[in-house]
Design a protein around this ligand. Structure first.
Ligand code: UDP
Length: 264
Protein backbone atom coordinates (compact mmCIF):
# COMPACT_ATOMS: atom_id res chain seq x y z
CA UNK A 1 0.00 0.00 0.00
CA UNK A 2 1.16 3.56 -0.69
CA UNK A 3 3.24 4.93 2.17
CA UNK A 4 0.98 7.97 2.41
CA UNK A 5 -1.97 5.82 3.34
CA UNK A 6 -2.41 5.10 6.97
CA UNK A 7 -4.26 1.94 7.81
CA UNK A 8 -4.86 2.90 11.43
CA UNK A 9 -8.49 3.69 10.83
CA UNK A 10 -11.29 4.19 13.31
CA UNK A 11 -12.52 0.73 14.12
CA UNK A 12 -15.84 0.44 12.29
CA UNK A 13 -14.33 -2.50 10.44
CA UNK A 14 -11.56 -3.78 12.69
CA UNK A 15 -10.67 -6.65 10.36
CA UNK A 16 -10.46 -4.49 7.23
CA UNK A 17 -9.50 -0.94 8.15
CA UNK A 18 -10.20 1.81 5.63
CA UNK A 19 -7.19 3.25 3.86
CA UNK A 20 -6.84 6.76 5.18
CA UNK A 21 -4.59 9.32 3.51
CA UNK A 22 -3.09 12.38 5.13
CA UNK A 23 -3.71 15.62 3.23
CA UNK A 24 -1.92 18.62 4.75
CA UNK A 25 -2.48 17.16 8.20
CA UNK A 26 -6.12 16.23 7.63
CA UNK A 27 -7.40 12.70 7.08
CA UNK A 28 -9.18 11.62 3.91
CA UNK A 29 -10.77 8.19 3.66
CA UNK A 30 -9.99 6.67 0.28
CA UNK A 31 -13.33 4.98 -0.08
CA UNK A 32 -15.97 4.43 -2.71
CA UNK A 33 -19.69 4.85 -2.20
CA UNK A 34 -20.10 1.08 -1.83
CA UNK A 35 -17.31 0.95 0.77
CA UNK A 36 -19.01 3.55 2.95
CA UNK A 37 -22.46 1.98 2.60
CA UNK A 38 -21.02 -1.42 3.52
CA UNK A 39 -19.17 -0.01 6.54
CA UNK A 40 -22.28 1.78 7.75
CA UNK A 41 -24.36 -1.35 7.37
CA UNK A 42 -21.81 -3.44 9.28
CA UNK A 43 -21.35 -0.92 12.06
CA UNK A 44 -22.29 -2.47 15.39
CA UNK A 45 -25.44 -0.95 16.98
CA UNK A 46 -23.45 -0.43 20.18
CA UNK A 47 -20.26 0.74 18.50
CA UNK A 48 -17.83 1.71 21.22
CA UNK A 49 -17.03 4.97 19.43
CA UNK A 50 -20.65 6.00 19.94
CA UNK A 51 -22.61 8.08 17.43
CA UNK A 52 -20.58 8.62 14.27
CA UNK A 53 -19.90 11.78 12.30
CA UNK A 54 -19.38 11.89 8.54
CA UNK A 55 -17.58 14.90 7.11
CA UNK A 56 -17.62 15.61 3.37
CA UNK A 57 -14.27 17.28 2.83
CA UNK A 58 -13.45 19.94 0.26
CA UNK A 59 -10.47 22.32 0.05
CA UNK A 60 -12.52 25.27 1.33
CA UNK A 61 -13.33 23.38 4.49
CA UNK A 62 -9.76 22.25 4.94
CA UNK A 63 -8.53 25.85 4.67
CA UNK A 64 -11.24 27.04 7.07
CA UNK A 65 -9.81 24.48 9.48
CA UNK A 66 -6.52 26.42 9.43
CA UNK A 67 -8.33 29.42 10.96
CA UNK A 68 -10.89 27.58 13.06
CA UNK A 69 -9.35 25.21 15.63
CA UNK A 70 -12.73 23.67 16.50
CA UNK A 71 -13.38 22.79 12.86
CA UNK A 72 -9.83 21.45 12.49
CA UNK A 73 -10.36 19.19 15.49
CA UNK A 74 -13.64 17.91 14.06
CA UNK A 75 -12.10 17.21 10.65
CA UNK A 76 -9.32 15.26 12.35
CA UNK A 77 -11.60 13.22 14.59
CA UNK A 78 -14.58 12.46 12.34
CA UNK A 79 -15.38 8.80 11.81
CA UNK A 80 -15.52 9.19 8.04
CA UNK A 81 -13.90 11.98 6.03
CA UNK A 82 -15.24 11.63 2.51
CA UNK A 83 -13.43 13.07 -0.56
CA UNK A 84 -16.24 15.41 -1.61
CA UNK A 85 -14.18 18.12 -3.29
CA UNK A 86 -12.48 17.86 -6.68
CA UNK A 87 -9.48 19.65 -5.14
CA UNK A 88 -9.09 16.91 -2.54
CA UNK A 89 -9.06 14.22 -5.23
CA UNK A 90 -6.60 16.25 -7.33
CA UNK A 91 -4.25 16.86 -4.38
CA UNK A 92 -4.12 13.19 -3.39
CA UNK A 93 -3.16 12.21 -6.91
CA UNK A 94 -0.69 15.09 -7.33
CA UNK A 95 1.04 14.45 -4.01
CA UNK A 96 0.92 10.70 -3.65
CA UNK A 97 -0.37 9.19 -6.89
CA UNK A 98 -3.51 8.06 -5.09
CA UNK A 99 -6.30 7.74 -7.63
CA UNK A 100 -9.73 7.91 -6.08
CA UNK A 101 -13.06 9.05 -7.43
CA UNK A 102 -14.78 12.07 -5.97
CA UNK A 103 -17.62 11.10 -3.63
CA UNK A 104 -20.01 14.07 -3.46
CA UNK A 105 -21.82 14.35 -0.14
CA UNK A 106 -25.17 14.72 -1.89
CA UNK A 107 -24.69 11.40 -3.69
CA UNK A 108 -23.67 9.64 -0.49
CA UNK A 109 -26.71 11.15 1.23
CA UNK A 110 -29.06 9.99 -1.54
CA UNK A 111 -27.64 6.46 -1.31
CA UNK A 112 -28.09 6.55 2.48
CA UNK A 113 -31.69 7.76 2.12
CA UNK A 114 -32.38 4.94 -0.32
CA UNK A 115 -30.90 2.44 2.12
CA UNK A 116 -32.88 3.97 4.96
CA UNK A 117 -36.11 3.53 2.99
CA UNK A 118 -35.34 -0.09 2.13
CA UNK A 119 -34.07 -1.07 5.59
CA UNK A 120 -36.61 0.85 7.61
CA UNK A 121 -33.98 3.10 9.19
CA UNK A 122 -35.61 6.19 10.73
CA UNK A 123 -34.10 9.46 9.56
CA UNK A 124 -34.00 13.03 10.85
CA UNK A 125 -33.44 16.08 8.67
CA UNK A 126 -32.40 19.47 10.05
CA UNK A 127 -31.69 22.63 8.10
CA UNK A 128 -32.73 25.21 5.49
CA UNK A 129 -35.79 27.48 5.46
CA UNK A 130 -39.03 25.76 6.57
CA UNK A 131 -40.58 25.82 3.09
CA UNK A 132 -37.42 24.42 1.52
CA UNK A 133 -37.21 21.69 4.14
CA UNK A 134 -40.86 20.70 3.63
CA UNK A 135 -40.44 20.59 -0.14
CA UNK A 136 -37.26 18.53 0.19
CA UNK A 137 -38.92 16.00 2.50
CA UNK A 138 -41.92 15.70 0.16
CA UNK A 139 -39.64 15.10 -2.81
CA UNK A 140 -37.46 12.57 -0.94
CA UNK A 141 -40.51 10.69 0.33
CA UNK A 142 -41.83 10.43 -3.24
CA UNK A 143 -38.44 9.33 -4.51
CA UNK A 144 -37.75 6.79 -1.75
CA UNK A 145 -41.08 5.18 -0.84
CA UNK A 146 -41.03 3.90 2.72
CA UNK A 147 -38.68 6.65 3.92
CA UNK A 148 -39.50 7.32 7.57
CA UNK A 149 -38.67 10.87 8.68
CA UNK A 150 -39.05 10.78 12.45
CA UNK A 151 -37.86 14.34 13.05
CA UNK A 152 -37.30 17.49 11.06
CA UNK A 153 -36.57 21.11 11.91
CA UNK A 154 -35.65 24.17 9.88
CA UNK A 155 -32.09 25.43 10.21
CA UNK A 156 -32.61 28.96 11.43
CA UNK A 157 -32.67 28.46 15.18
CA UNK A 158 -30.38 30.50 17.42
CA UNK A 159 -27.38 28.98 19.18
CA UNK A 160 -27.69 28.07 22.85
CA UNK A 161 -30.87 26.74 24.44
CA UNK A 162 -32.85 26.57 21.17
CA UNK A 163 -30.10 24.63 19.50
CA UNK A 164 -29.93 22.22 22.44
CA UNK A 165 -33.71 21.80 22.37
CA UNK A 166 -33.59 20.86 18.67
CA UNK A 167 -30.81 18.35 19.37
CA UNK A 168 -32.66 16.81 22.33
CA UNK A 169 -35.95 16.48 20.43
CA UNK A 170 -34.09 15.00 17.47
CA UNK A 171 -32.25 12.46 19.66
CA UNK A 172 -35.49 11.49 21.41
CA UNK A 173 -37.01 10.58 18.03
CA UNK A 174 -34.27 7.87 17.75
CA UNK A 175 -33.16 8.38 14.17
CA UNK A 176 -30.54 6.06 12.73
CA UNK A 177 -29.38 8.74 10.26
CA UNK A 178 -29.31 12.49 10.90
CA UNK A 179 -28.83 14.84 7.94
CA UNK A 180 -27.75 18.33 9.01
CA UNK A 181 -27.83 21.20 6.50
CA UNK A 182 -26.65 24.33 8.31
CA UNK A 183 -23.69 25.21 6.06
CA UNK A 184 -19.99 24.81 6.93
CA UNK A 185 -18.81 25.02 9.69
CA UNK A 186 -22.06 25.36 11.65
CA UNK A 187 -23.33 21.91 10.70
CA UNK A 188 -20.06 20.22 11.69
CA UNK A 189 -19.87 22.03 15.03
CA UNK A 190 -23.58 21.35 15.74
CA UNK A 191 -23.05 17.63 15.15
CA UNK A 192 -19.94 17.57 17.31
CA UNK A 193 -21.60 19.48 20.12
CA UNK A 194 -24.68 17.31 20.37
CA UNK A 195 -23.82 13.91 18.98
CA UNK A 196 -23.34 12.36 22.41
CA UNK A 197 -27.10 12.81 23.00
CA UNK A 198 -27.83 10.21 20.32
CA UNK A 199 -27.85 6.41 20.46
CA UNK A 200 -24.45 4.85 19.67
CA UNK A 201 -25.74 3.46 16.37
CA UNK A 202 -26.65 6.92 15.04
CA UNK A 203 -24.77 8.37 12.08
CA UNK A 204 -24.78 12.14 11.58
CA UNK A 205 -23.71 13.85 8.38
CA UNK A 206 -23.38 17.50 7.33
CA UNK A 207 -25.03 17.94 3.92
CA UNK A 208 -24.51 21.63 3.02
CA UNK A 209 -26.90 22.76 0.30
CA UNK A 210 -28.44 19.33 -0.46
CA UNK A 211 -31.90 20.31 0.83
CA UNK A 212 -31.93 23.21 -1.62
CA UNK A 213 -31.33 20.75 -4.44
CA UNK A 214 -33.85 18.14 -3.25
CA UNK A 215 -36.48 20.83 -2.77
CA UNK A 216 -35.99 21.96 -6.38
CA UNK A 217 -34.98 25.56 -5.58
CA UNK A 218 -31.44 24.85 -6.79
CA UNK A 219 -30.08 22.55 -9.44
CA UNK A 220 -26.99 20.39 -9.37
CA UNK A 221 -24.47 20.94 -12.14
CA UNK A 222 -25.25 19.31 -15.49
CA UNK A 223 -23.59 15.91 -16.08
CA UNK A 224 -20.85 17.49 -18.22
CA UNK A 225 -19.55 19.45 -15.19
CA UNK A 226 -19.89 16.45 -12.87
CA UNK A 227 -17.98 14.13 -15.20
CA UNK A 228 -15.09 16.58 -15.43
CA UNK A 229 -15.06 17.19 -11.65
CA UNK A 230 -16.08 20.80 -12.33
CA UNK A 231 -19.15 21.01 -10.12
CA UNK A 232 -17.37 23.77 -8.14
CA UNK A 233 -17.07 25.84 -11.33
CA UNK A 234 -20.77 25.45 -12.06
CA UNK A 235 -21.61 26.52 -8.51
CA UNK A 236 -19.51 29.66 -8.90
CA UNK A 237 -21.24 30.58 -12.15
CA UNK A 238 -24.72 30.00 -10.74
CA UNK A 239 -23.94 31.50 -7.30
CA UNK A 240 -21.25 34.18 -7.89
CA UNK A 241 -21.14 35.08 -4.17
CA UNK A 242 -19.21 31.81 -3.74
CA UNK A 243 -16.32 33.29 -5.71
CA UNK A 244 -15.14 35.35 -2.74
CA UNK A 245 -15.17 32.28 -0.49
CA UNK A 246 -13.27 30.20 -3.02
CA UNK A 247 -10.89 33.08 -3.87
CA UNK A 248 -9.96 33.31 -0.18
CA UNK A 249 -9.23 29.61 0.18
CA UNK A 250 -8.53 27.72 -3.05
CA UNK A 251 -5.31 29.53 -4.17
CA UNK A 252 -3.78 29.05 -0.71
CA UNK A 253 -4.74 25.37 -0.82
CA UNK A 254 -3.09 24.92 -4.23
CA UNK A 255 0.06 26.71 -3.06
CA UNK A 256 0.22 24.57 0.08
CA UNK A 257 -0.16 21.38 -1.94
CA UNK A 258 2.55 22.49 -4.38
CA UNK A 259 4.92 23.39 -1.53
CA UNK A 260 4.27 20.00 0.04
CA UNK A 261 5.09 18.34 -3.28
CA UNK A 262 8.37 20.30 -3.38
CA UNK A 263 9.18 18.99 0.08
CA UNK A 264 8.50 22.07 2.19
N1 UDP B 1 -28.59 27.11 6.50
C1 UDP B 1 -29.38 26.93 7.61
N2 UDP B 1 -29.11 27.67 8.73
C2 UDP B 1 -28.11 28.57 8.76
C3 UDP B 1 -27.30 28.75 7.62
C4 UDP B 1 -27.56 27.99 6.49
O1 UDP B 1 -30.27 26.11 7.62
O2 UDP B 1 -27.93 29.22 9.80
C5 UDP B 1 -28.85 26.28 5.32
C6 UDP B 1 -29.11 27.04 4.04
O3 UDP B 1 -30.47 27.41 3.97
C7 UDP B 1 -28.69 26.01 2.99
C8 UDP B 1 -27.58 25.26 3.69
O4 UDP B 1 -27.70 25.52 5.07
O5 UDP B 1 -29.76 25.13 2.74
C9 UDP B 1 -26.17 25.69 3.29
O6 UDP B 1 -25.99 25.55 1.97
P1 UDP B 1 -24.60 25.92 1.26
O7 UDP B 1 -24.72 25.47 -0.14
O8 UDP B 1 -24.23 27.35 1.51
O9 UDP B 1 -23.62 24.98 2.05
P2 UDP B 1 -22.06 24.97 2.08
O10 UDP B 1 -21.56 25.62 0.81
O11 UDP B 1 -21.66 25.71 3.31
O12 UDP B 1 -21.75 23.50 2.15
Amino acid sequence: MNASLETSMTPQTPDAPMPRADLLGYPVDCVSLDDVLGQIEQRAPQDKNGPAQIVTLNPEMLMQGERNPQLARILKSADWVIPDGAGVVWALQFLYGIKIARLPGIELSEALLQKAASQDWPVAIIGAESSVLQAAIASLTARYPGLKTVYHHHGFFPAGDDSLAVAKACAEAKPKLVFVALGVPRQETWIEEYRSLFDPSTILIGIGGSLDVWSGIKKRAPRFFLTLNLEWLYRITSEPWRLKRIYNTLPVFVVKVCLKRLGF
